[in-house]
Design a protein around this ligand. Structure first.
Ligand SMILES: *[C@@H]1O[C@H](CO)[C@@H](O)[C@H](O)[C@H]1NC(C)=O
Ligand SMILES: *[C@@H]1O[C@H](CO)[C@@H](O)[C@H](O)[C@H]1NC(C)=O
Ligand SMILES: *[C@@H]1O[C@H](CO)[C@@H](O)[C@H](O)[C@H]1NC(C)=O
Ligand SMILES: *[C@@H]1O[C@H](CO)[C@@H](O)[C@H](O)[C@H]1NC(C)=O
Ligand SMILES: *[C@@H]1O[C@H](CO)[C@@H](O)[C@H](O)[C@H]1NC(C)=O
Ligand SMILES: *[C@@H]1O[C@H](CO)[C@@H](O)[C@H](O)[C@H]1NC(C)=O
Ligand SMILES: *[C@@H]1O[C@H](CO)[C@@H](O)[C@H](O)[C@H]1NC(C)=O
Length: 311
């Protein structure tokens, strides 16, 4: 029973949350304090989370062993990220450490900063002071911004209202009007999308967050479009390559086919007519020849007859 009460007491005293007005103040998260090119959210393993806590040493009624930043991960437990003994370890030149301390003109006030690489498992952050008697005082936990893995940045893509597989994009459309619609999914901001025509080597459109290209490709049968994703100024974190087969006949093509048919039919008719004419001419010429040849023996015969008559 005594052990239980002691444990409860210890539990209670070891989870003292320091109210805003008291011994230290952990500043609210500020995107512009972090080391990132994102305006909202952070990139896991790339960006750095920066928090700044002001410590008022004179408001503690006993010595503090150390001050620490703690992060709660997806496993729901707080882990110490770094700790410092203050004032002993307050050296402003150590700014390239995970934690560092800046003294102020008042030797009872110090700023302790954390500058830690963001990881997508991070959820909450708090500041802790461990007193000489091992009692710990905590700040209110702060919710960390959205931290997204670069490999998870993606887009949704529709071609003429049909959703594309972004790992293998190919479409067959039956209209000359192409509607390429795409949007960023689960990315920090800013997220830019670009539709790029790889056949003509030119950009069709660039838009932030979502994009819609309405394009007419009247005389082609195949288009190759690249959808490029640019997140927080990182160039092309994802590129989706799409082959679009355009399977339709527009008026222009129908007319061409008609004209071609007419030309072919006319040509065939003319050729056939010419052929007939040549045959007729040849036949009539042959007739003259045969009559001529036939005439000769007749003449011979006559000659023979004449000769025989003269004899
Ligand atoms: C960061 O943004 C806040 C407003 O959101 C502004 O008050 C503060 O001065 C900015 N800090 C820096 C270092 O730009
Ligand atoms: C930390 O916060 C204090 C108080 O707001 C400020 O004076 C100090 O410049 C901040 N330090 C950094 C490195 O931003
Ligand atoms: C955080 O660390 C990076 C280097 O890792 C540095 O460029 C940046 O200035 C630091 N920022 C702060 C506020 O300490
Ligand atoms: C283009 O496609 C998108 C997504 O399928 C749809 O919401 C939109 O209404 C379409 N726009 C036109 C002009 O067809
Ligand atoms: C890609 O899609 C095409 C048609 O939709 C399919 O024939 C082909 O097998 C797919 N390739 C892969 C690697 O999934
Ligand atoms: C084009 O295809 C859509 C479905 O993919 C269909 O609803 C539409 O009738 C087709 N249009 C023509 C002209 O074949
Ligand atoms: C595409 O265009 C760019 C300039 O707009 C040029 O530098 C590049 O060489 C071109 N690429 C091809 C394959 O034509």
């Amino acid at each position: 029973m005594f052990d239980l009460i002691t444990s409860l007491l210890l539990f209670q005293i070891s989870t003292n949350i320091v109210k805003a007005e008291s011994k230290f103040t952990l500043q609210e998260y500020q995107q512009n304090a972090s080391v990132t090119s994102c305006t909202e959210g952070l990139i896991s393993s790339v960006d750095k989370i920066v928090y700044n806590t002001t410590i008022y040493l004179s408001r503690f009624d006993q010595r503090v062993r150390f001050f620490a930043y703690e992060i709660r991960m997806s496993d729901e437990e707080f882990h110490t990220v770094c700790f410092l003994k203050i004032p002993n370890q307050c050296h402003s030149y150590e700014y390239n450490y995970i934690c560092y301390c800046e003294p102020t003109r008042d030797n009872t006030i110090y700023n302790m900063l954390v500058n830690v690489t963001a990881e997508n498992s991070y959820r909450m952050l708090r500041f802790a002071a461990t007193l000489n008697n091992y009692i710990k005082l905590y700040s209110e936990p702060k919710k960390l911004p959205r931290i997204v893995d670069k490999a998870k940045f993606t887009m949704r893509l529709f071609i003429n209202n049909e959703e594309m597989d972004v790992t293998n994009c190919s479409a067959t459309v039956n209209s000359s009007q192409l509607n390429i619609t795409s949007k960023c999914v689960d990315t920090p901001s800013p997220c830019w999308l670009e539709a790029f025509d790889t056949i003509r080597n030119k950009s069709l459109l660039q838009m932030e967050q979502s994009l819609q290209v309405l394009h007419e490709f009247s005389k082609s049968t195949q288009e190759e479009i690249e959808l490029r994703l640019n997140v927080c100024l990182m160039k092309y974190v994802d590129v989706v390559y799409c082959t679009i087969r355009i399977d339709y006949q527009d008026e222009y093509q129908v007319k061409t086919v008609d004209v071609a048919l007419i030309i072919i039919v006319t040509s065939i008719t003319v050729i056939m007519a010419l052929g007939v004419l040549i045959i007729v001419i040849k036949k009539s010429k042959d007739g003259v020849h045969s009559r001529f040849r036939k005439g000769k023996p007749e003449k011979v015969e006559t000659d023979t007859m004449l000769n025989s008559a003269s004899c």
